[in-house]
Write a new protein. Structure first.
Length: 157
């Protein structure tokens, strides 16, 4: 599950514009929440595609925007893939779904140890890059852990 640190990231990402500063001063700031982190795995021609999905909810009267989220998925102590999700944002008083995905390559030694039909633990780490209207770059690291079910049939090469 993605830890509260991602919510802190969203907090830092909310460097508001001038009209938003008025709203912030008048109504305050409520820390966004991150819910429903789930991971799924599906066969892919190159190996096994793993997707970690979660929903971010922004209760504030201004949007929260990041320039990108860079992430790595670690299985059995080894980084099996890394990626980047560009321009994620959560609208004011709204929610956004974010999918972080990549492929465990069929040639990766970890791939050969996956047990079809079994559960596989993972750790997701990364950095959220804040898109600051003030032009000040802010990077916030996050970490989450969970598991996914390995499909019963895996590609072989």
């Amino acid at each position: 599950m993605i830890r509260v640190s991602l919510a802190v990231c969203m907090l830092l990402a909310a460097v508001p514009s001038c009209p938003d500063l008025y709203s912030l001063a008048t109504h305050g700031f409520t820390v966004p929440t991150v819910d429903g982190a789930t991971a799924t795995a599906a066969p892919d021609p190159a190996g096994l595609r793993v997707t970690v999905a979660f929903t971010a909810t922004n209760p504030n009267p201004f949007p929260i925007t990041l320039s990108a989220v860079d992430y790595q998925l670690v299985v059995q102590g080894k980084t099996v893939f890394a990626g980047s999700q560009a321009d994620p944002s959560v609208p004011e008083h709204g929610t956004s779904k974010l999918d972080l995905s990549g492929v465990i390559d069929v040639r990766d030694p970890v791939y050969r140890t996956l047990s079809p039909g079994g559960s596989q633990s993972y750790t997701l780490t990364g950095t959220a890059h804040v898109q600051s209207p003030a032009g000040v770059p802010v990077d916030v690291e996050f970490e989450g852990a969970g598991s996914f079910i390995v499909p019963g049939t895996l590609p072989t090469h």
